[in-house]
Design a binder for this molecule. Structure first.
Ligand code: ATP
Ligand code: MG
Length: 577
């Protein structure tokens, strides 16, 4: 491809809304054009990258017998009522939905469990037709609360979504394992460094799930990893071993202490310097949203721990939990915020506790009275210990649950997510089949997503320098960049043209910078920005039939013959897989 035949415009300055390098560089290189918040035009170079990722995705799914189809983006509300997800998606605000001219409500698909289940329930009658794994590559719509980072979190983006249907739990797990391997191969082929982690299942539902996280400091997800044991989990889901409670305190009677103005553990630490955080119990009030009126929930945890709101949400199986506002706190405690405690909460406030409170005795907690805390409180004597569940947010330095290693918190970008759904959708929507014993049973499902456009952004986030992007060979918009120094010089023209045609003839994607009026310095700047991985400079050495060879990532350059450069290129392509 000759550059003079392309719409090729690069920009010197970062766009003002770019918070991460991948976003800034893609916009500057003309790969992306913002139309509205989280909605982009994919330019011709970007589209080449996306198509290469899609090809890898297709090859790996097809190889394992998954079948591609295409489902509609417009989906009727009734289907989402069948699965029971309409209200949750509407209340989260994520769903783009509207009425058609007849007044029927429809949405633009954020995901396709409902559609695929309604399709398969029609077509599959017998166990003999299973297993089935279907997938599509399609534009998804999510009205994200914070669209940002360019393609990382768009409101319209490209996803590959796959769905498996099986006769039993065991068979579902086989399909899940198959997809897990497909995902590993896809991300490896895309040239990404990634970590599979245990994940929360969120609004999609179901039991087991794993996410594929691209290692990146700018990633939106926090991950708990342990180098000693290999444990890796999204912080939303991660568990750790809470250190033992302090030795029991001397058993003195419960009493009130005046603590005016001390509304946090830090304040209390100053007032009671000898009392460790592990002997304080925090009481945090949450509002629960499930469509109807609900009393607030008070959650207890040890002073040195924090509450994981995702675990809380899952435990309460509700639509949303949010920190209670000050008025709610006043009503629930009868005191100003900062003095909530488990003793003497108002009627109807539900009390639950994180496991970290187990074994804590002789502790300090809020007095439900402004400016007052209780001291020397004992479970069993002064109040019943509430039921405990794991609601703890894992922290750096925690021990793993098995006690064999320490947890580190790192960051990552979620590029893929695989779920064992079980029979949640098939039961709700009547997707059944006749089993071998002639009984009618619901199908066992799995669902599997890859953010195709997010993969492209992650690849740049992981591979760039101060001058621009550095594309991994398998997903680069072009593989080879020919930079011709002096266009119009007959020797250079002839050599560049021959090299270009020769490489194209071998099926190599080549971009040839054949611009006449652009200085070499500007050409190199553009080449660095666009980040095509292999580079051939056609300049003065053309008179000797030689060119300069380098890679975008490396600093070495060598002057070689045309035959040698072709060999180098073929070798680099083979090495990249
Ligand atoms: P996130 O937690 O990042 O919002 P999610 O868990 O809601 O993502 P899934 O429903 O698991 O996303 O979707 C499958 C994949 O689609 C994700 O792993 C991610 O790679 C991609 N994806 C999800 N939302 C977006 C988005 N707004 N823009 C680009 N890609 C996305
Ligand atoms: Mg996810």
């Amino acid at each position: 491809m000759k550059l003079t035949q392309m719409l090729f415009v690069t920009m010197r300055d970062d766009p003002s809304d770019a918070e991460v390098r991948s976003h800034a560089l893609m916009v500057r290189a003309g790969f992306l054009h913002k139309l509205a918040s989280g909605i982009y035009v994919y330019g011709p170079m970007m589209w080449r990258v996306l198509r290469k990722i899609e090809t890898i995705v297709r090859e790996e799914h097809d190889r394992e017998g998954c079948q591609e189809l295409l489902m509609p983006a417009v989906q009727p509300r009734e289907l989402w009522e069948e699965s029971g997800r309409w209200d949750r998606y509407v209340s989260e605000g994520i769903l783009f939905h509207f009425k058609d001219r007849k007044g029927s409500e429809v949405c633009l698909g954020p995901t396709h469990e409902e559609v695929v289940t309604s399709y398969v329930r029609r077509l599959v009658q017998s166990h003999k037709q299973l297993p089935v794994i279907l997938y599509q590559i399609q534009t998804k719509f999510r009205d994200e609360i914070r669209p940002r980072f360019g393609l990382m979190r768009g409101r319209e983006f490209i996803m590959k979504d796959a769905y498996s249907f099986d006769v039993s739990k065991e068979a579902m797990q086989v399909s899940y394992g198959k997809l897990r391997e497909i995902y590993r191969r896809i991300f490896t082929r895309c040239g990404l460094n990634f970590t599979p982690v245990e994940a929360d299942s969120g609004a999609i539902g179901g039991s087991g799930s794993e996410e594929f996280m691209v290692d990146a400091d700018t990633g939106e997800d926090a991950i708990a990893v342990c180098r000693e044991t290999g444990y890796a989990a999204n912080i939303e889901r991660a568990a750790s071993r809470v250190s033992d409670p302090p030795k029991p305190a001397e058993k003195v009677a419960i009493h009130k202490e005046p603590t005016p103005g001390a509304t946090s553990c830090d304040d209390l630490k100053k007032l009671f310097p000898d009392l460790p955080l592990t002997r304080m119990i925090k009481t945090v009030l949450y509002n629960v949203e499930d469509g109807g009126d609900q009393a607030p929930v008070a959650v207890l945890c040890r002073g040195d721990r924090a509450i994981n709101e995702i675990k809380l949400l899952n435990h309460l199986s509700t639509l949303a939990v949010t920190l209670a506002d000050e008025d709610t706190v006043r009503k629930a405690t009868g005191a100003e915020p900062g003095y909530a405690g488990p003793i003497g909460l108002q009627e109807g406030v539900r009390l639950i506790a994180d496991r970290s409170i187990e074994g804590v005795d002789g502790f300090l907690c809020g007095g439900n009275e402004t400016g007052t805390h209780y001291l020397d409180v004992w479970f069993g004597r002064d109040l019943e210990q509430p039921e405990t569940v794991d609601l703890s947010l894992v922290a750096e330095g925690d021990s793993t649950v098995d006690g064999k290693g320490k947890i580190e918190i790192t960051r990552g970008i979620e590029v893929g997510h695989i779920f064992q759904l079980g029979t949640k959708y098939s039961e709700a929507m009547g997707a059944t089949f006749e089993a071998e014993d002639q009984k009618t049973r619901p199908m066992w499902m799995g669902c599997y997503g890859i953010g195709v456009s997010r993969v492209a952004a992650s690849a740049v986030e992981q591979n760039h320098d101060d001058n621009g992007m550095i594309w991994p060979v398998p997903i680069a918009p072009y593989t080879v960049h020919i930079v011709q120094m002096s266009v119009g010089d007959e020797t250079q023209d002839a050599l560049a043209s021959k090299l270009h045609d020769d490489l194209e003839g071998r099926g190599v994607d080549v971009l040839w910078d054949d611009r006449k009026k652009v200085r070499p310095g500007a050409k190199f700047k553009d080449a660095d920005l666009v980040g095509i991985p292999l580079r051939v400079v056609v300049g003065r050495d053309a008179a000797d039939g030689k060119v300069e060879w380098s890679t975008r990532a490396g600093s070495e350059r060598s002057v070689v013959t045309v035959l040698e450069v072709i060999a180098n290129i073929e070798q680099a392509i083979a090495a990249a897989g």
